[in-house]
Write a protein that binds this ligand. Sequence first.
Ligand code: ATR
Length: 281
Amino acid sequence: MEALHAVFGHPVAHSLSPRIHAAFGRQAGIALRYEAIDVEPAGFAAALAAFAARGGSGANVTLPLKEAAFALCTEASERARRAGAVNTLVRGEDGAWRGDNTDGSGLVRDLTQRHGLDLRERRTLLLGAGGAARGVAPALLDAGIGELTIANRTSARADALADALGDPARVHVRYLDDLAAQGEFDLVVNATSATRGGELPALPMALVGPRSVAVDLSYGDAAIPFLAWARAAGCRQSVDGLGMLVEQAAESFRIWHGVRPETDAIHAELSNRAPALVTAD
Ligand code: ATR
């Protein structure tokens, strides 16, 4: 029987996930149907119940529903608990939803395997402390980065993320306005949603140098302002979030179907399309 899966989000019409999962299904010889379901947080629980009633057995969850998905899971993986957010749902035999979060491992896999970066001891700056930042910070720490500096417009939120990470020896919080005094970072990760709206927080050029790598968790048009800044500031390499998207999808696919698909072909296919997308699911 055809497996029924979906991505839930708002907006979700432009999500690449249906296309990615269809390609994975063809590759693995697994018959699946993968839908995009647009729903706001208030309607999410009901929409998920209706999906389950139609036979839905697994789902991805994107903005702005990842925290809501975490809240309605009866069980969540350790990495989902550390992120406080869920991007992958699996329906158990008893009908209850189990949550996981593959965003952070997707990012780390993209950086290390596709881009050949060694993350160990990298002095890292994380811009933002919202859901996207929470999703990737634990995996970056687990990958062995050195110091992790979190800078966010609202400093209380950066403090809360640092507390949740529970690694005071490596994790520090700095004001966005004080970044000029922090010296050069090896890795700068943009996890703010600011650039999705076309705004880039003022960033000092001194943050990066010829050894630095800049990463935007968004892709397409949304990644342009930050990655253009990074190139102008002299970064060695700039990476958008398309690879992370494909890798988190592959990890979700593995959780649902037990096989990890090969990702290079779909990544190459999607890299060639016109940059016109704004969401990061
Ligand atoms: P997401 O799930 O995409 O992370 P979010 O949880 O709403 O969305 O978080 C958005 C992040 O982008 C936050 O870090 C937010 O900063 P605040 O915590 O101060 O709101 C950041 N952000 C959004 N717009 C911004 C802007 N114009 N300048 C700087 N940071 C911005």
